[in-house]
Design a protein around this ligand. Structure first.
Ligand code: 8X3
Length: 253
């Protein structure tokens, strides 16, 4: 990974931050973006202190189509040779029956998980193709494999991530670009706190009595997917805690 350039969206916390740490550890250079620039700068400083790697940070809301395109087109020349794009920004908002759903939450989920991924990929893929190398790694979800009750829209957006990943893989088959969709089950991050609009008690219950995956577990998998020989493409990985068999079948002790 030494000197490879890794672009990570939503890098200020959780899986995005863990990926940043993991790739920096092996000498990669990072382009990190997040809506929360103050937090992102702290993350970048921490990584830089430990690993002494070059890092660019951008305040970027991936839903902002214009800004995405400006950030990518204005990257310094040498930084445009992006080796890996990790589409991590996104997440869930709300967990209730469709008929009770909050339409603002839906808009936000569709815009960040789907449109954000589209905007970044559409801007970065041509650079990868031009450079003759590249890997798009999307953070999907087990929610995209099968719908679960109260999750229609989140499951729908992650199903979109799954098929968009497949579609990009089809359209880049004659290029060196690889496309991977990582679909985690229960990962203990602030995912549920965000989903429940800040209700920490409710969020805690999601991970109660089960050894959930950590953001670092997912970063390890992302790193592994990126580290296999160039002729190998890991298309899709669904990963759950050992005590989780599907989005809804969880064995709690
Ligand atoms: C996170 C996993 O099961 O909460 O995407 O949707 S789940």
């Amino acid at each position: 990974m030494r000197n490879k350039i890794i672009f990570i969206s939503g890098a200020n916390s959780g899986i995005g931050k863990a990926c940043a740490e993991k790739f920096a550890e092996s000498g990669a250079k990072l382009i990190l973006c997040s809506r929360d620039i103050n937090k992102l700068i702290k993350v970048a400083d921490g990584i830089n202190k430990k690993h002494k790697t070059e890092i660019l940070t951008y305040k970027l809301d991936v839903r902002d189509r214009e800004k995405v395109s400006t950030v990518i087109s204005e990257l310094p020349k040498k930084w445009q040779k992006i080796d890996i794009l990790i589409n991590n920004a996104g997440g869930a908002l709300g967990l209730e029956k469709f008929q009770d759903g909050n339409i603002d939450d839906w808009d936000e989920m569709i815009d960040s998980n789907v449109k954000g991924l589209l905007y970044l990929s559409r801007n970065i893929l041509p650079l990868m193709i031009k450079n003759g190398k590249g890997h798009v790694i999307n953070i999907g979800s087990i929610a995209g494999v099968a719908a679960y009750p109260n999750g229609a829209v989140y499951c729908g957006v992650k199903a979109a991530v799954r098929l968009i990943s497949d579609g990009i893989r089809l359209d880049t088959v004659d290029t060196p670009v690889r496309v991977t969709n990582i679909q985690p089950g229960l990962v203990e991050t602030n995912f549920s706190v965000v989903r429940f609009h800040g209700d920490k008690e409710r969020a805690k219950k999601v991970y109660q009595n089960i050894k959930a995956l950590t953001a670092e577990d997912i970063a390890d998998l992302v790193f592994y997917s990126a580290s296999v020989p160039a002729h190998v493409q890991i298309c899709e990985v669904t990963v759950t805690p050992a005590a989780q068999a599907s989005a809804t079948v969880v064995h709690r002790k």
